[in-house]
Design a protein around this ligand. Structure first.
Ligand code: PEP
Length: 240
């Protein structure tokens, strides 16, 4: 079945590297899956040439106004972006984004017909205290507060345990499967919608096939392993 592969380049690549990246990946898009690439804002226009679906790594929640340094959902939409990553743990951790802010961002994005990739996941302390389920439920319920069933069709959940991001460690495939099931249950119960759920956190060439094969997974969100275009393409070939 067609799956989503979202690539989060994070704050990487200088201008020349970004140009080389685009040149390298052009015409090398997976036919089998929907591949979304999220470079830094300043390279979004450049990445249009890649032919990949465009994602943004962040978004503000209002369309315009005196918010120096912010990028609006309207601006992203008119640039050709179709997905936005919201609630990433980098933003929660370094920029103090809480569930209320994330909820506003999701509403702003959905109002502009952008698809949302909402990241949720527990920290290592929460995992050790066996609080994963409580954390996931709270994040999902608060981030999706006030969003109606129809709009929810455009929201994809990315289960990203904070301790797995960039660490080289991952939960077992059985644990990922359980979390996906649990997330689907929360959303199904609250909204009567079958959500698409991705996994993110240290996906790489060695584990991508196994992870993409997990029951009910809708795809993956990949950070570090997408930064080098050559290894990113060879990794995607493993699941094409
Ligand atoms: C991410 O930043 O969303 C991510 C999944 O990163 P990594 O693949 O490096 O763990």
């Amino acid at each position: 079945m067609r799956k989503i592969i979202a690539l989060n380049l994070k704050m990487n690549l200088d201008y020349e590297e970004a140009q080389q990246y685009v040149d390298f990946i052009k015409n090398k898009i997976s036919d089998k899956h929907d591949v979304i690439i999220a470079p830094s804002f300043i390279y979004l226009d450049l990445f249009k040439k890649s032919g990949y679906k465009l994602g943004a790594q962040n978004v503000y929640y209002l369309d315009k106004g005196p918010f120096t340094g912010e990028i609006s959902p309207l601006q992203l939409k008119t640039l050709g972006v179709s997905y936005v990553i919201v609630g990433h743990s980098d933003r929660r951790l370094h920029f103090n984004e809480d569930n209320k802010i994330i909820n506003n961002k999701i509403k702003g994005a959905l109002k502009n017909n952008l698809n949302v990739i909402l990241c949720v996941g527990e920290t290592i302390e929460e995992r050790k205290l066996k609080k994963t389920a409580i954390v996931l439920k709270k994040q999902i319920t608060n981030c999706l507060n006030g969003i109606d069933k129809d709009a929810l069709e455009d929201v994809i959940i990315a289960y990203e345990p904070v301790w797995a991001i960039g660490s080289g460690e991952t939960p077992t495939n059985a644990e990922i499967e359980d979390s996906i099931k649990y997330i689907a249950k929360i959303i199904n119960k609250g909204y009567d919608v079958e959500p698409r759920v991705l996994y993110g956190g240290s996906v790489n060439k060695d584990n991508i096939r196994g992870i993409m094969g997990i029951n009910n997974i809708s795809g993956v969100l990949i950070g570090t392993a997408s930064i080098n275009p050559k290894s990113m393409i060879s990794m995607l070939e493993l699941v094409d």
